[in-house]
Design a protein around this ligand. Structure first.
Ligand SMILES: O=C(O)CCC(=O)C(=O)O
Length: 246
């Protein structure tokens, strides 16, 4: 469970962590499964970041929602250390909506500052909390996730109002990490993590990641959770991961 101080930290910052998984071996297992069974092979490391993220343009190499087909990936999303902390933040009823791998190739680019409002899916703010799990060490050099402290309190912010259009050419095209001018009042915090650690964040907390300046990959998997199974715009098959009786 989150301590009271950690709960306050989350409320103030929109994120908290890093924390250790209850079963850190699951991080290796999930990555091994992915590399072995989902064609996420080292041979693919040279391909662009967008090709190893989500089910992007129906590319079969990509890895959104592999928890439906791969028990090791589901098990990681049910890790007790994650769910116990989420329960403190979200209440007793929790559903897993989505999983998504973020594998940044060696020398791959970063991800621009954004909120997780899933605009293309028409979702907006749906009370979603995410757990980002490091499957490899995540460092300043290889492009760890950064978060803007307290920015979840800004509500839903239209991207065009904060990100210069010339900077938004591609979601995955970021070389630089500068915080857009309208968001400068928030402090950027890098979330460096060892493999087997995770952090939690609110969907409206702005986050980004820098380029990978190393010759190795940087891989994480994010799980997205809801406490309401009845949101009409959510069309994914939800998996109940915690009930009041647990
Ligand atoms: O892993 C990254 O570099 C970006 C992660 C992200 O944007 C997310 O989990 O929503």
């Amino acid at each position: 469970l989150l301590t009271e101080a950690e709960q306050h930290e989350f409320e103030a910052n929109g994120f908290c962590g890093p924390f250790a998984l209850d079963n850190p071996a699951l991080a290796d297992l999930a990555l091994e499964t992915t590399l072995r069974e989902l064609k996420f092979s080292p041979a693919n490391d040279s391909i662009k970041a967008q090709h190893v993220l989500g089910d992007y343009k129906e590319d079969p190499r990509v890895l959104a929602n592999a928890h439906h087909t791969h028990p090791a990936i589901l098990q990681l999303g049910l890790d007790k250390a994650i769910i116990a902390r989420l329960k403190t933040l979200m209440g007793p009823e929790i559903y897993l909506r989505r999983s998504q791998f973020w594998r940044k190739p060696a020398h791959g680019r970063g991800v621009i500052w954004h909120q997780d409002t899933h605009r293309k899916m028409g979702l907006g703010c749906i009370g979603e909390f995410s757990a980002w799990v490091a499957l490899e060490d995540s460092t300043l050099d290889n492009g760890c996730v950064r978060l803007l402290r307290g920015s979840h309190k800004a509500g839903v912010v239209p991207p065009e109002s904060v990100i210069d259009p010339s900077f938004r050419i591609r979601f995955f095209a970021s070389e630089a990490l500068q915080v857009p001018e309208p968001l400068l009042r928030y402090q950027a915090v890098p979330m460096t993590m060892r493999k087997g650690q995770f952090f939690l964040f609110h969907q409206l907390c702005f986050h980004a990641s820098g380029p990978n300046r190393t010759a190795a990959t940087r891989t994480g998997v994010v799980y997205r959770y809801l406490s309401d199974a009845g949101i009409e715009s959510v069309t994914e098959k939800l998996i109940r991961v915690s009930t009041p009786a647990d």
